[in-house]
Each structure stands twice: as structure tokens, then as C-alpha cells.
Ligand binder design. Structure first.
Ligand SMILES: Cc1ncc(COP(=O)(O)O)c(C=O)c1O
Length: 463
């Protein structure tokens, strides 16, 4: 069981010191936030999560380019958050910018296809090894569209997800177990009238028996999984686990959706293709167009045939709710084409992965020097420092070791020393624009933080 290294009063005192430092060095951001709060944006931000980084107030950005972000107070951060993956290939990649600038004057959105779309589809086929593709504006939308299709084709109501997963604000995945049954994740009734246990099933990631028991009910339209859990502390799949799910989906007549929105960072083709998985659906969003809103979902020949057969006769596809007015616009497709072919290249991935290996090795050395019972979990260009001796085996183990005091302290400590990582946990993502010096800075500041934690430990001598 997780045990905090520092007792509550001591860590709260350390947090207060770093928070005071943060406020004193970020006065312009503080003032903007006070002004914005009295202006129209609720909570002073255009999107509520921006105010939830565990900071006294959000940082206001002056500009972000490559692997660096400068705030309005003039601090330049090495950015390992990268817009929580939207900027995985660096902020404003040159080729994406050029393609978008060149195409903008030819119409941003027309609700008609452009020839660019054809080359994007060819690329997606080759890269992710699925024959048919559609676009969406966000990964959340792409997941929702897949769920609709899966329900329509199977006639089944439920979506099976891993405990503590995140797939965007998809209702079926905003769930948690209460008394062994899926219930809304939030404390208040987000969707009164919707019974979560009628639309969702939840399994513990990496539990081979759990998923067979749940799928055997034969009411699951689609299993929606990240191949590596990345949103609640990273959890790596056990050997054969994803193949096991794939086999069970076939046995019990459910579809398998692999959500690669984050795990695209595994390598050029993402986790599923690199591990020779054969999902029925695949979703990628966020970074696919260099951060310009766009997402894609792919599916198999069999699904294409089933959709052609069912939708052409039984009901019109346009009434399925697959897409919106701006979906598939020329702007997004140009950005996607340039990002996929010129930015997110095999060379870029080699570089990102080797930088992340350097970061993970450095963090592990820091842990050893500080003598903390922690580890680093790795997958491609992404790694995470976790407050566990060994990488967690499932979502619950990972969740239970999310020590919010340590997270708040580490993030303040790092930001006060010009290093930014993904909020809400300790995930680090390397872009092709990141340099070795950037990584060494991250490792050095993290080592300083870990020695500060070690020096303040109150758990020594406890059994
Ligand atoms: C695995 C995964 N899928 C989907 C999403 C949703 O992405 P978006 O918020 O861009 O719709 C996220 C967001 O963090 C994610 O991590």
C-alpha cells in the first residue's frame, strides 16, 4: 500500500513556500488572472481545466515554440507537457505552419472534400494498417463516433473500459465502480436519467479474468482501451493482455477500439501497429495535425462492409451523428498531411525516444541517489515518475499512489525552476525539438526536488 514519505503538515509547509515563490515570480500572470476573473471568462480561463493545474493561478503564455514555452513574466520553460500531447512534435512545427498558411487563402472550410484528403487517407492506411478512415475534430469526438457505429452494428448498449481510464469527455468512460457497479465518476449527477450501469462495464486493466467475465454477458458493443494507460499514472500492459482482449472480443462478438491518442508516442505507427495488434477501430487525436484540432478514426474492411450494408438500407448515415459542420475541413487536413509526412517522421520518433530514454535513465539515477522507493515507467517517447517501487500493474495501484501533495509540490518546484511537465501527474513527453540540454535540465531539477523530499522525510523508522 502507498505510504507518503512526508507527513501532511510538513509537506503542506513545503508547498506553501513554493507557492509563495511562484506568486512572487509570476506577478503579471497573477494580475491577468485577477482581471480575467472579473471579465467574462468563468474562473478567468477560456477552459476550466486551465485553472486546475494545482497552482495559485494559471500561467499566461506569451508564446510557445518548439520545446519551449515563455510566459508573460518572461520565464522560458523547457516544456515536457507539450500541451498534454497536442504539441507532441513541438509547438508550431514549421512544416505544419507553412502548409496551413499556404492553404488558408484557398478556403478554410467548405463542407466539401479537397484533394489533400486523398493523400492523408493513403498515409493513414500505410501507417496504422487499417483500410478505412474518417475524421473528427477531437479525440473525444472520434471515440464517440466509434461508439455510435459499434452500437449500431452490434445492437448492444455497453462500452467496456478500464478502471481509471480517460478517453476525453466520453460519457461511457466517465465512470467509476461503486459497490461493484459502474456509476458516474463525478460526485454530482452529470447526466441525470442516464444509468451508468446500463451503458458501461468496467474492468481492472491487466486482469485477464475480469475482462472475460464482463464480456461473457454479451452486451458490450465495444471495448475502448488505451494500449498503455497514460492518464492516471502510466500502466504498461502485461505480456499477452491486449492479445487476450482481442481474442475475447472475437469470441463474444464485441468490437475492439484502441485509443492511441497518447500512445502514438510509442513509435511511428503507434503502439497497436508496432505490437501487431489487430483492433477493429483505432483513434488518434491531439498531435495528429500538430495541435490544430483534428482527429481520425480507422476501421476494418469488415466494418466498412457492415456499415455499407446496414446504413445504406436501414437508415441514412447522415442521421448517425458522425461528424459536424467543421469536421474534415481543408485547414485540418492540410495540417494533418504536413504533420504526418514532414514532422512526425521515423527520424523524429528515433530522436524523441532516445531523448526520453535519457530522461528516464536520469530520473532513475536521481531516485537512487535520493534513496526514494520510486520508479520510472517508460513507453517510447513518454515516461512517468511514479511513487511506487515498481511500475503499477493496474489502474487502481497507479491511482492509489497518486500522492496529490507530492504532485502539487513537484510541479511548483519544477515550474519555479523553469521546467514544465504534464499536470495532474508526473508524465514527461519528449518532442523532436527537445534537446539533450533540455533533458539534462529536467533531470537536474528533478534530482534537486527528490533530494529536498528525501531531506524532509518523516517516514523513516516506520515499519
Ligand atoms: C487517451 C485519450 N483519448 C482521448 C482524449 C481526448 O482528447 P481531446 O480532449 O483532445 O478530445 C484524451 C485526452 O487527454 C486521451 O488522453
Amino acid at each position: 500500500m502507498y505510504r507518503p514519505p512526508i507527513d501532511e503538515p510538513t509537506i503542506r509547509g513545503l508547498i506553501a513556500d513554493e507557492a509563495a515563490k511562484f506568486e512572487s515570480r509570476n506577478q503579471k500572470s497573477g494580475e491577468l488572472h485577477r482581471n480575467a476573473t472579473t471579465a467574462g471568462f468563468w474562473q478567468g480561463v477560456p477552459m476550466q481545466w486551465m485553472s486546475e493545474w494545482g497552482l495559485p493561478h494559471p500561467l499566461y503564455v506569451e508564446q510557445a515554440r518548439g520545446a519551449h514555452l515563455t510566459d508573460v513574466d518572461g520565464h522560458t520553460y523547457v516544456d515536457f507537457c507539450l500541451g498534454d500531447t497536442g504539441a507532441m512534435f513541438g509547438h508550431s512545427p514549421e512544416a505544419t505552419l507553412a502548409a496551413v498558411a499556404e492553404g488558408m487563402g484557398r478556403g478554410i472550410t467548405t463542407m466539401l472534400p479537397h484533394a489533400d484528403a486523398l493523400t492523408v487517407a493513403d498515409h493513414l492506411r500505410e501507417r496504422f494498417r487499417l483500410p478505412y478512415w474518417q475524421t473528427a475534430m477531437t479525440a473525444t469526438d472520434a471515440n464517440r463516433f466509434v461508439i455510435r457505429i459499434a452500437r449500431a452494428l452490434t445492437g448492444r448498449p455497453k462500452v467496456l473500459v478500464a478502471r481509471y481510464c480517460y478517453h476525453g469527455s466520453v460519457d461511457e468512460s466517465m465512470t467509476k465502480l461503486i459497490d461493484g457497479r459502474p456509476a458516474p465518476r463525478a460526485r454530482w449527477p452529470v447526466n441525470p436519467g442516464v444509468q451508468m450501469d446500463q451503458i458501461a462495464r468496467i474492468v481492472e486493466f491487466n486482469d485477464f479474468a475480469d475482462i472475460e467475465r464482463e464480456l461473457a454477458h454479451q452486451d458490450v458493443a465495444v471495448v475502448m482501451m488505451e494500449p498503455v494507460m497514460t492518464n492516471n499514472g502510466m500502466v504498461i500492459p502485461a505480456d499477452g493482455y491486449l492479445e487476450h482482449i482481442q481474442g475475447l472480443c472475437r469470441k463474444y462478438g464485441s468490437y475492439l477500439l484502441i485509443d492511441e491518442t497518447h500512445t502514438l508516442s510509442t513509435g511511428w505507427a503507434g503502439y497497436a501497429a508496432e505490437h501487431r495488434l489487430e483492433p477493429d477501430f483505432l483513434v488518434v487525436g491531439k498531435a495528429i495535425a500538430g495541435g490544430i484540432p483534428a482527429a481520425i478514426y480507422g476501421f476494418t474492411e469488415a466494418i466498412s462492409e457492415a456499415m455499407n450494408a446496414s446504413f445504406a438500407s436501414a437508415f441514412q448515415t447522415s442521421q448517425m451523428g458522425l461528424g459536424g459542420t467543421l469536421t474534415g475541413n481543408a485547414f485540418a487536413l492540410r495540417a494533418m498531411q504536413a504533420t504526418l509526412t514532414e514532422v512526425a517522421t521515423p527520424d523524429a520518433f528515433d530522436r524523441m525516444i532516445s531523448l526520453c530514454t535519457r530522461a528516464a535513465d536520469g530520473l532513475e539515477a536521481g531516485i537512487a541517489t535520493a534513496g526514494l522507493p520510486w520508479t520510472v515507467t517508460r513507453c517510447g517517447a513518454r515516461c512517468e515518475l511514479q511513487y511506487l517501487r515498481e511500475s503499477p500493474r493496474n489502474g487502481t495501484e497507479s491511482h492509489d499512489a497518486l500522492d496529490w501533495n507530492l504532485i502539487e509540490h513537484s510541479h511548483l518546484f519544477l515550474l519555479n525552476r523553469d521546467v514544465m511537465i504534464t499536470p495532474f501527474h508526473n508524465m514527461i513527453l519528449c518532442s523532436p525539438e527537445t534537446t539533450e540540454a533540455d533533458v539534462d535540465r529536467l533531470v537536474r531539477v528533478f534530482a534537486e526536488w527528490m533530494s529536498a523530499i528525501a531531506a524532509n522525510r518523516t517516514d523513516r523508522g516506520m515499519t
